[in-house]
Design a protein around this ligand. Structure first.
Ligand SMILES: C[C@H](N)C(=O)N[C@H](CCC(=O)O)C(=O)O
Ligand SMILES: [Mg+2]
Length: 363
């Protein structure tokens, strides 16, 4: 099975409700989709969102990196040369991690299709069911409480509450949501770098003393502020998780050695795809550090790739934040993978099990 050609397209899917974090507000998914073609007629699918505020990647940079730097180096290669291909992808240019992720996802899709096996089995097997949390966007307190109650009534048992804009209001937001759902749902917080280290410690002290129990606090301080992450991790009882602080395996090793977080959030769009995500999961397992598998605003193309990885690495990936498809008004992907509220059930079709993708404009 040799790579012969590729197509790029823009995927456009409206969100159920605007997605609001400390960093940005988004109303629709507009992601680049890559379809890699082969001499056997098999097609591999990949996806890259332009999350410029986190990864620095824009639609223009993703298209240019795939079209001009990565894919020309892969045409003619057999997909079974997986390790050589991932080396070429990672070495084709620096940064551009979302573009690299899209290409790697499509290549792993084809690699598993070559063996006529679902990707999670190629990656090590496991039970193909996961249960994800759902994100509650940052908003007025009443709206966040109403959204939280609605999510619980829809079957979600873990809520990821966005905070990080105003520390005083954030404390009120969390207390109000906790009071409304505490017996029915576990709360995770994501400040998306919006607090200082002192603010984070003070806020978590206040919440802990008020009896608010939290599953974790994600990225309380700026991504580059590892000292700040370490300061918070040392002082609060709530587990601290890194997101914007850790992209690739080297950063994960440094963070673990500094004890600057308790948990690592792995996202394919930060690692540049599956090969580095696998390395991070293996490193974390060596150090006995738990991981979350997370996503950006992604549809079920790249989210399903992340889900296959999480199934295969469930011994270390114990927390699931793969709610991208749940936040969308429609699922543009035709496949047997099932998204039913929090439950994700992977298909046993070869590769990622993608039959076709709707809502695409070819580029
Ligand atoms: C969608 C996911 N639950 C999430 O919250 N991801 C964000 C970043 C998403 C974005 O801005 O596209 C995160 O974990 O920080
Ligand atoms: Mg985050």
């Amino acid at each position: 099975m040799k790579i012969t050609d590729f197509k790029l397209a823009m995927l456009n899917v409206p969100l159920v409700t605007p997605f609001k974090t400390a960093l940005r507000t988004v109303e629709r998914i507009e992601n680049i989709v890559l379809i890699i073609e082969t001499d056997t007629g098999h097609k591999g699918h990949g996806e890259a969102p332009a999350t410029a505020v986190i990864t620095g990647d824009t639609h223009g940079s993703i298209i240019c990196a795939i079209k001009d730097y990565i894919m020309p180096r892969l045409i003619g290669r057999p997909v079974t040369d997986l390790n050589e291909i991932t080396q070429i992808i990672q070495g084709a240019l620096v940064n551009n991690l979302s573009a690299k992720a899209a290409v790697e996802i499509a290549i792993y899709d084809l690699f598993a299709q070559y063996f006529n096996t679902p990707l999670y089995k190629i990656l090590g097997g496991g039970q193909p069911q996961l249960s994800t949390d759902i994100t509650i966007s940052i908003d007025y307190i009443d709206k966040m409480v109403a959204d939280s109650v609605q999510a619980v009534e829809a079957g979600y048992e873990i809520l990821k509450i966005k905070v990080g804009k105003d520390i005083g209001l954030d404390i009120k937001r969390i207390k109000a949501i906790y009071a409304a759902v505490k017996d029915r749902a576990l709360l995770r917080l994501d400040a998306n770098q919006g607090w200082t280290a002192r603010q984070a410690v003070d806020a978590l002290d206040i919440l802990e003393q008020a009896g608010v129990k939290l599953d974790l606090i994600e990225q309380p301080v700026k991504g580059k502020d590892l000292q700040g992450m370490q300061y918070v991790t040392k002082r609060v009882r709530t587990p601290v998780m890194s997101d914007e602080s850790t992209f690739g395996p080297r950063e994960v090793i440094q963070l673990i050695q500094m004890q600057a977080a308790d948990i690592i959030n792995i996202k394919l769009m930060k690692t540049g795809g599956l090969s580095n995500a696998i390395k991070i999961a293996d490193i974390a397992a060596i150090y006995d550090v738990e991981c979350m598998i997370g996503c950006m605003l992604e549809s079920s193309i790249s989210v399903v790739a992340a889900a296959h990885l999480a199934v295969a690495k469930s011994h270390v990936i114990t927390k699931i934040d793969l709610d991208g498809p749940s936040l969308c008004k429609i699922n543009p992907v035709e496949s047997k993978t099932c998204f039913n509220g929090p439950e994700i059930t992977l298909s046993d079709e070869p590769g990622l099990g993608i039959k076709s993708v709707n809502n695409l404009t070819m580029l």
